[in-house]
Design a protein around this ligand. Structure first.
Ligand code: HEM
Length: 247
């Protein structure tokens, strides 16, 4: 006997929808956390300290990685299923179908861009923070206008100011956020639809809600990256010699 979640089409979409919902909640949390650095770099670093390599933060990281993996693997399974189901018909479609958004047809490609961006992002931050603590390896040394600064693994604010002091990183991240925006406009709406909320009354409302969520996420992340670019010197000077208070 097969399992509903792995064999039926509705079951697979439900897995996509639930893992996607979980990832959106993480992204909202992550974005809110980043926004605190606008008001206080020290405050932001206190949260980074709290989310270091302790058991609860590591457990959260493992659960999060599992969520990304499930979402990713099921995306491929569903895409292959769709291809099989459509057969040769896809070659006959030449006109733009009404109501089918560009994002909905490019979810896999958009998702792949999001994952590639995530890889770069983890190299920029996670590998210099939580990973340094896990491996007890030496802290990253960064060069601030010829002066070397050691980035303590909880000095997220310094790493942010440093990363976004380089314009090309700001551009790369903005492209990444844009791909995420497209992915979320369709993804969040699709999540509601799978949960069974889409009828004629709710269809436009949910589309609108998905656009609002995606746009807030885009703006929340983008504001921090752009602000760090313009204030990079100020922030780096402020945080260069920061160390946790209790050490
Ligand atoms: C301006 C934009 C962003 C900044 C400044 C930022 C900053 C950070 C920092 C400092 C960490 C390291 C935390 C640590 O290891 O202690 C981190 C981890 C992470 N970020 Fe971001 N982030 C941004 C955008 C994003 C976006 C858009 C996503 C997802 C689509 C994302 C996903 C992650 C993930 C999955 C981790 C690893 C979390 C863990 O270790 O459990 N980030 N980010």
């Amino acid at each position: 006997m097969g399992c509903f979640l792995t064999n039926s089409s509705v079951g697979k979409k439900l897995v996509m929808s639930i893992s996607g919902c979980f990832l959106v909640l993480f992204i909202l949390f992550h974005m809110s956390m980043n926004l605190t650095m606008i008001f206080s770099r020290e405050g932001y670093n206190m949260v980074c300290e709290f989310l270091g390599a302790n058991w609860y933060a590591l457990a959260a990281t493992v659960v999060l990685a599992a969520g990304v993996l499930v979402h990713f693997v099921y995306a491929f399974i569903l895409t292959i299923d769709n291809y099989r189901a459509r057969g040769k018909q896809r070659y006959a479609v030449t006109v733009q179908e009404k109501g089918v958004s560009w994002a909905s047809k490019n979810m896999l490609v958009l998702g792949i861009i999001v994952v590639l961006g995530l890889g770069l992002h983890l190299v920029h931050f996670w590998s210099k923070m939580q990973l340094v603590e896990i491996l007890h390896s030496s802290a990253a040394v960064i060069n601030v206008d010829g002066v070397e600064a050691t980035a303590h693994p909880a000095n997220g604010a310094l790493l942010m100011a440093f990363t976004f002091s380089k314009w090309y990183n700001v551009v790369l991240y903005l492209v990444w956020f844009a791909a995420l925006w497209f992915h979320l406009t369709h993804g969040v709406w699709s999540m509601f639809q799978t949960a069974g909320f889409a009828n004629d009354t709710w269809y436009p409302r949910l589309k609108c809600a998905a656009n609002v969520v995606a746009t807030l996420i885009f703006l929340g992340f983008a504001i921090v990256a752009v602000l760090c670019f313009f204030k990079s010197n100020e922030f780096m000077t402020e945080m260069m010699s920061w160390a946790p208070a209790h050490h």
